[in-house]
Design a protein around this ligand. Structure first.
Ligand code: ADP
Ligand code: ZN
Ligand code: ZN
Length: 737
């Protein structure tokens, strides 16, 4: 009899350790192929893990290796490609493999649920179908409404999760109908969803010559090709994506489209549906766990041909993937700032390369990283220089705040322009890069400033709620009219969106004002509703923050006023001018998208600053060229690579001591190409009661930097000083604090 050697399973377990763990297959004889989930004994508990690979040997003696408790999947949940991406992310970001697996899986699968869970459904019975719902509606309108819904759904009924969406508060009506025997409930295995494909309801535009040239260039790539679609706002980038997507779909391929968090609007989804005739699977952070699993399952099974999602959708299994599109490549929401600190954009590029397919990044304000890739030939740049449909670019005007006073943040020049645009039936957007009514509360008598007790920062005034809030740790205090230190009356300083809204209402009482920021839109769906009203033109003046600058199309908008542009002009981060230019160009791009030429008024106390001349005369292209030259000279990214090691502790010296050890370990390695800067206090040293410190690693050579991190990470994991701190490694950080 030949003895079959059992393979050794290399399992990723969700623990903060940079290694895989060895197990034997479970006693039940199942194989547990790579990509399957297994339950494994881990310490004294059981943990969920994913089999990454099979091996024939182990560093541990065979009799010490424990078998898995059970296999959870009959066939691999994750394909070889999915496992490749997970391993790549773990290697590149120097993050424990088990935590990367956890980040890549929907919550329900992480909790050992089945890929096809049993779901409760409600359906109409024969008795229910025979009932006259109109008669019922007289006494019990909600019951009648539910009965009609279920009638239309037929014998399969509706899953309870989706019922909750279609008819909030359905349970009471269902209870009454159950008692009458008009409906029944049952459990059913979640099936692969129907594709939902239909005939497109909108036909494609005839592309203009720039769009056509862009399309031809991108199309010409066989296999992997990375393209920057560098097109001003409104130049028709989305049209190009749509045509590329259409071709991929026609070739039976799947398409992955990543968009910024704020860019995933019903407007975009509607446009994709209408034009492509497919029902996209949508993946974003506001889904319920079961909605997320359903979308993930549809993508994995190939039923969803188009997947549209935010950052984490980059991990979605897509067996037939043929094209990746990243809209608004410059957006910061593509970078995760906690846990696995990954860039979805960069992972998507790696994924496209691995699968040998094209990837298209679009932006009106591309990052310097991608522009540099275009120079070196890693990327090809295709340009859409003008707005599609003939709209003209907006004209810029500066208001010199050193000469002109403001009332509630508005200069007379800006106020007069607002008045003109409103009178001629235009729409106005007032942009402020800050939340709250006024940033701070300061006492004019004793100069006491309201500060957060737990952070090194000031509290922000929220006048409507009569509160002071800390935007870093979330602390809340009641807003007092009197100074807590000397008792004199105090008043808010500076402008915020709420204060601007009130000022505009006072100054333009006959017009409709709508504020859109993360405070006014906390309720689910509130932002979509507010934006829909604004798009229809049922608002005259929009006031808001970044949220308004992303991809929205307001047909009537003719004037953009930027109230406090100077923040960022003197920022300490080497990216400040890039970011300032991006946010101004993006918000300016909302103006004059149709027939009427847009106007942009920028209030600044520093009109002589060369930044403004560059921006107004040369646009983002000039600003980015200059910034790139400066980065090359000062050796900042993209000309060097960075990694930031952060540490936080209750005591400042613990946070520093840990980083001192890290620095020692680095200097003991052979590191010719690496500089370690610090450790220093983080720009905001105290945050939510903890001290934050950081050590910045900089290298002109990516490989050397990664080689150091590869040795450093496991060494730090076993370092006793690590137990006193929370620490992390951030590769390619975009916030240096
Ligand atoms: P972007 O994604 O670059 O902001 P869009 O693709 O949203 O631009 O296009 C901006 C506007 O121009 C949309 O209203 C779109 O319908 C229109 N548009 C785009 N391409 C064309 C074209 N070739 N002909 C006419 N209109 C177009
Ligand atoms: Zn705080
Ligand atoms: Zn005081």
């Amino acid at each position: 009899m030949t003895q079959i050697e059992a393979p050794i399973l290399k399992v990723a377990v969700n623990v903060p350790l940079s290694r895989e763990f060895d197990y034997l297959p479970p006693a039940d004889g199942s194989v547990a192929a790579p990509g399957c989930r297994v339950l494994v004994p881990f310490g004294r508990r059981q943990q969920l893990g994913v089999v990454m690979s099979h091996a024939s040997c182990s560093d541990i003696p065979l009799n010490k290796i424990r078998p898995c408790a059970s296999t959870l999947d009959d066939s691999p949940l994750l394909s070889a490609d999915d496992l490749w991406l997970i391993r790549f992310a773990s290697d590149y970001y120097h993050h424990p493999i088990g935590e990367v697996v956890a980040a890549a899986l929907p919550a329900l699968l992480r909790q050992a649920r089945s890929l096809h869970p049993l779901l409760t459904r409600v359906a109409i019975t024969d008795a229910g179908a025979a009932t006259d719902s109109q008669a019922l509606a007289v006494r019990a309108p909600r019951q009648a409404e539910l009965l009609d819904l279920l009638h239309d759904a037929g014998g399969n009924g509706i899953e309870t999760g989706s019922l909750a969406e279609q008819m909030p508060g359905w349970r009471r009506a269902a209870k009454a109908l159950l008692e009458k025997g008009f409906v029944c409930r049952f459990e059913a295995r979640a099936d692969e969803p129907e594709s939902g494909d239909h005939e497109p309801t909108q036909s494609a535009h005839v592309l203009n010559k720039h769009q056509q040239a862009a399309l031809d260039t991108i199309r010409s790539s066989a296999g992997f090709g990375a393209f920057l679609l560098d097109g001003v706002t409104g130049s028709g980038k989305t049209e190009v994506y749509l045509q590329l997507a259409q071709e991929a779909l026609d070739n039976e391929q799947q398409v992955l489209m990543l968009v910024p968090e704020i860019g995933l609007t019903p407007q975009l989804v509607g446009r994709l549906q209408a034009r492509l005739g497919v029902q996209p699977a949508i993946l974003h952070s506001n889904l319920t766990d079961s909605q997320r699993l359903q979308a993930w399952r549809a993508a994995r099974a190939g039923a969803a041909r188009l997947v549209v999602g935010t950052r984490s959708a980059v991990f979605t299994p897509l067996p037939d993937i043929g094209l990746i599109v990243i809209d608004e490549e410059h957006d910061h929401s593509f970078k995760q700032q906690e846990g696995l600190r990954y860039s979805a954009r960069d992972l998507a590029i790696a994924r496209a390369k691995h699968r040998d397919i094209p990837i298209v990044l679009g932006s009106a304000t591309p990052t310097l990283e991608i522009l540099q890739h275009c120079r070196t030939g890693t990327f090809r740049r295709v340009v859409l220089p003008e707005r599609a449909g003939g709209a003209k670019p907006p004209v810029y005007r500066l208001v010199d705040l050193s000469r002109e006073a403001t009332v509630d943040g508005l200069s007379e020049t800006l106020s007069r322009s607002i008045d003109e645009h409103l009178r001629s039936n235009g729409q106005v957007l007032i942009y402020l890069n800050r939340r709250g009514f006024a940033p701070t509360l300061i006492c004019a008598s004793c100069s006491q400033i309201a500060e957060c007790q737990r952070c090194d920062c000031r509290m922000t005034v929220h006048a409507h709620e009569r509160q002071l809030r800390c935007h870093h740790c979330g602390a809340v205090q009641p807003l007092d009219d009197k100074c807590s230190s000397c008792g004199s009356p105090v008043k808010p300083l500076g402008e915020g969106t709420q204060r601007l809204e009130e000022a505009l209402l006072g100054r333009f009482p006959d017009y409709r004002v709508q504020r859109i920021d993360s405070d006014s839109t906390q309720k689910k769906g509130a932002i979509d509703a507010a934006l829909a009203i604004a798009e229809q033109g049922d608002v005259d003046i929009l006031v808001g923050t970044q949220m308004l600058s992303k991809g929205h199309h307001f047909p009537k908008l003719s004037l953009v006023g930027i109230v406090n542009a100077d923040q960022g002009l003197f920022g300490s981060d080497f990216r400040s001018s890039e970011r300032l230019a991006q946010s101004i160009v993006q918000v300016a791009g909302r103006a004059g998208r149709e027939t009427r030429q847009g106007e942009v008024i920028i209030q600044t106390a520093f009109p002589e600053n060369p930044f403004w001349q560059q921006l107004i005369e040369g646009g983002y292209g000039r600003v980015s060229e200059d910034a790139l030259a400066e980065r090359e000279e000062t050796r900042w990214p993209p000309f060097t690579r960075l990694a930031l090691i952060r540490s936080a502790a209750h005591r400042q010296r613990d946070a520093h001591a840990f980083l001192d050890i890290a620095k020692q370990k680095i200097s003991s390695l052979e590191t010719t190409y690496l500089r370690a800067l610090g450790p220093v206090d983080a720009p905001m040293a105290r945050k939510a009661g903890r001290y934050h410190a950081q050590l910045l690693l900089q290298s002109s050579d990516r490989k050397s930097l990664h080689a150091v991190l590869r040795t450093l990470r496991p060494a730090l994991e076993s370092e006793p000083a690590a137990r006193k701190v929370r620490w992390s490694i951030d590769v390619d950080p975009i916030e240096l604090f």
